[in-house]
Each structure stands twice: as C-alpha cells, then as structure tokens.
Write a protein that binds this ligand. Structure first.
Ligand code: GSH
Length: 233
C-alpha cells in the first residue's frame, strides 16, 4: 500500500516530511488536513495521533507522528543506505543533534515569533525576539564550528529540511537574518541547489505571507491551548 501522509500545506513539519519523501523517491499520497477547519482536532484524527498534531504518516496501518521520527523512519525503512540519513555513528549523531536542536530550540523559538501571532492571539514581544536571536546565534555557531556546506554534513541530510522550513517562516514575515552570514548562505544555497525541494517550502511561504496580511478567522475554533483572536467585522 502506498504511504499516506496527512499534512497541512503551510506547516513546516509537514513540509519537511514531503521534502524527504520527494528526495528519497518514495511515492506517497498527500492527504490535506485543513487546520482552520479543525480537521486535526476530531476523535478520528486522535486515533492516528493522540497529540492531535500534523503531520501523521500512515504506513499500511502503522501510524507515526512527530516529523523527526517520520524522517528517520522513512529513511531507515525505505532507503537505509541513503546519505540523507548516514549510518556512520558520528555523522548520524550530528544529524540527530540538528533535528533535536530544531525541535527544542530553533523551531520552538522561531515559530513562537513568526507563526503563532499570525494564527492566534499572540503578540511579538521583545523576549520572543531575543529568543529568535539566541536560536539563530546557536545555529550560526554550529555552522561555523563544523564548517559544512549543509546543516549537518557536506551534503544534504534530513536535518536540512526542518531547519530550512523554520528559517523560511522568518523570510515569510520579512525578518532580516542576513547578519547570520552562514545561515543566510546555507538557506539561499538550498534554494539554488534544490529547486524542486524549495518549491515545497516556497508554496507554504506564500500561504503564510497571505495569512500574515489577512489574519485567518478562527473564531469558530475551540482550541485547547492557543487563544483565538477576536475578529471585529
Ligand atoms: N513536533 C511536531 C509538531 C507538529 C505541529 O505542531 N504541527 C502543527 C501544524 S504545523 C499542529 O498540528 N498544531 C496543532 C494545533 O496547533 O492545534 C512535529 O514535528 O511533527
């Protein structure tokens, strides 16, 4: 059975999995989850992912969420010798490190500043901005110390995708990160070197830009965590 990926069109974790499957050449069916309609908050969706988050991979009834786990699984299962997820322990450890760093810090800090205020009733604060700079500074230092052309090696790995998509959300809000010269170079090189993969991020960036200019009306949503912005009509 062909893999099914439940993804949201502008969600960085979903984009990363799409990019990995595309680069691996693993066929998959993309099932669009409508975040605004709350498709991911239903009881049926919770059977696939009790976290009620997007994406979810369905591999013939084996359901997997958390995009990092999905990235690792699809490489291990379908293309174990792919350089996207090296087998050599230190090379793999660096990839795993970057995935953990993105999840715990880079995407966490950046998305709280870029994405959350677009979709929910949050403000961009000075503290939030400070956290973005801390995240950028750490990634810049990692790139400087290792000196690789890509995020975790001198070639493309699954670590590049989540870090690219987090960085893309900065571009989506016209956040100037050009002073982080290594990140800036790596990000722009990705666009040039992998146009097919970048197209996946670029489509999402256009959607995010649209929502930034036209905040979506989510007043119908009963979200367990995020405050819903009141829309005055
Ligand atoms: N750590 C998860 C994060 C997934 C995530 O947060 N996805 C967002 C969409 S981009 C979501 O489903 N949010 C649920 C909500 O806010 O209700 C992963 O990497 O897969």
């Amino acid at each position: 059975m062909v893999l099914k990926l439940y993804g949201v069109s502008d969600g960085p974790p979903s984009l990363s999995v799409r990019q990995a499957l595309t680069q691996l050449g693993v066929p998959f069916e993309l099932i669009d989850v409508d975040f605004g309609a709350g498709d991911h908050m239903t009881a049926d969706y919770a059977k696939m992912n009790p976290q009620k988050e997007i994406p979810v991979l369905d591999d013939d009834g084996f359901f997997l969420s958390e995009s990092n786990a999905i990235l690792q699984y699809v490489c291990d299962k379908y293309k174990p010798s792919s350089p996207l997820y090296p087998q050599e322990p230190k090379a793999r450890a660096l990839v795993n490190h970057r995935l953990c760093f993105n999840l715990s810090t880079y995407y966490a800090h950046i998305s709280a500043y870029t994405m959350a205020p677009i979709f929910f009733d949050y403000e961009r604060t000075a503290l939030g901005l400070k956290k973005v700079h801390i995240a950028l500074d750490v990634f810049e230092t990692s790139l400087e110390r290792l000196g690789p052309s890509h995020a975790a090696a001198n070639h493309l790995t699954i670590a590049d995708f989540p870090l690219i998509n987090s960085t893309m959300t900065l571009e989506a809000i016209d956040f100037d990160f050009s002073k982080y010269t290594r990140i800036y170079k790596w990000y722009n090189s990705f666009k040039q070197e992998y146009p097919v993969l970048w197209k996946i991020s670029d489509g999402a960036m256009k959607e995010i830009k649209h929502f930034a200019a036209n905040p979506p009306d989510l007043t119908h949503m009963d979200h367990p965590i995020h405050p819903i912005r009141k829309i005055i009509k």
